[in-house]
Design a binder for this molecule. Structure first.
Ligand SMILES: Nc1ncnc2c1ncn2[C@@H]1O[C@H](COP(=O)(O)OP(=O)(O)O)[C@@H](O)[C@H]1O
Ligand code: SF4
Ligand SMILES: [Mg+2]
Length: 345
């Protein structure tokens, strides 16, 4: 279990022993593209908690299982095994209106959560009335309040989603998620599809919302640099497992898993001289159809040795609030980071 130092009853969301397996089809194509295990393990024993008022980043390459975890947390897909708790209570497999209200999702593509046929005003009014957030006579004022929260004005109430830019649509998707006053927002790569300059403004918005509303946010990204200035803690995912979790500054200053180290080293820096390619990641991660034996990172790990091919390392404490699933976490700590790691934006 990660982050157990804050007690067991305070987490907004907690998952324990979570797995998600997809069965392979029996078509010739799926047999051809798999190595025959019959199942794909998208999540393979995930323990994680989201604390009240924190931004927890979930980071990992494409295919590591981030969206699968997000979908299980909002109840849009069931787990194969394991437990999901919301504020200490086990979340029902089929979410009722109230339990689905409490955990809201913001997607990479805001279009997927915005009905193109509804104006902004109609979209917000529908939600506010359905969940009885405010009485009908207060719907307009509440809609304006929500728009202001995300940096927009009353004059957009009559507009349709297609009339906005990508960044503005993401603001609307955030307003939509906030309309039902959730405890938790899960943002699944909310800036990945945006221009870099727009990304920064949306990241600032998440930071402001956390500060103003005390929201708990699970912020998913495939790029560590995106979350460095937003997240309180970072959980790093690899092939369906959390392989490291730590407070953000600690993770960047002293990563204790070679995969995290590779992600940090891959962040573009100011000078070529600062690049250290010892931890450079080669190629794509192995397929979750066929997870490597032993440590799942061993085929790509520069520190791998014989024991790594046979021993599957559990996530263990390596310092205050810091956990790593690497047999050589102590050895890694002795390898200095490139000098400018702390300076990149
Ligand atoms: N509905 C599905 N059926 C079969 N495989 C799936 C399904 N959804 C996701 N997967 C597989 O599960 C793995 C994890 O996917 P995903 O959770 O989307 O990862 P991420 O969000 O980190 O990119 C991938 O190998 C993906 O192909
Ligand atoms: S256990 Fe071995 S292979 Fe796995 S990350 Fe650590 S050093 Fe690398
Ligand atoms: Mg995803």
């Amino acid at each position: 279990m990660t982050g157990t130092d804050t007690g067991t009853d305070t987490a907004m969301l907690r998952v324990a022993g979570l797995t998600k397996t997809y069965s392979l089809g029996t078509s010739w194509l799926s047999r051809l593209t798999s190595s025959g295990s019959g199942t794909l393990k998208a999540l393979d024993g995930v323990d994680l908690d989201l604390r009240p008022g924190e931004v927890l980043a979930l980071v990992g390459e494409s295919g590591s299982g981030k969206s699968t975890l997000a979908k299980i947390l909002v109840g849009s897909t069931p787990a194969s095994s394991g437990v999901v708790e919301h504020r200490g209570e086990v979340a029902p497999a089929r979410r009722d209106k109230e339990s689905s209200r409490r955990v809201q999702m913001v997607f990479q593509d805001p279009y997927s959560s915005l009905n193109p046929r509804l104006t902004v005003g109609a979209m917000l009014a529908e939600l506010l009335l359905l969940h009885r957030v405010v009485p009908r006579r207060e719907v307009r004022a509440e809609s304006v309040r929500l728009l202001n929260l995300v940096g927009m004005e009353e004059d957009v109430l009559g507009a349709y989603p297609s009339q906005f830019s990508g960044g503005q649509r993401q603001r609307l998707a955030i307003a939509r998620a906030l309309a039902v006053r959730p405890d938790v927002v899960i943002a699944d790569e909310p800036v990945s599809a945006l221009d870099v300059s727009v990304q920064a403004t949306i990241l600032e918005l998440f930071a402001a919302l956390r500060a103003e509303l005390g929201l708990s946010i699970l912020f998913i990204a495939h790029n560590l640099a995106v979350v460095q200035h937003l997240a309180d803690r970072v959980a790093v995912m690899y092939l369906g497992r959390i392989v490291e979790v730590a407070p953000t500054a600690q993770l960047f200053a002293a990563p204790r898993h070679p995969y995290t180290r590779a992600l940090i080293d891959s962040i573009p820096r100011m000078t070529e001289a600062s690049v250290n390619d010892a931890f450079e990641l080669d190629g794509e991660p192995p397929s979750p159809y066929d997870v490597p034996a032993g440590c799942r990172f061993h085929p790509r790990c520069p520190l791998a040795s014989e024991i790594c091919r046979t021993t599957d390392p559990p996530l263990l404490s390596v310092g205050p609030a810091h956990e790593s699933a690497c047999l050589k976490a102590d050895e890694l700590a002795l390898i200095p980071l490139p000098e400018t790691t702390q300076e990149h934006a």
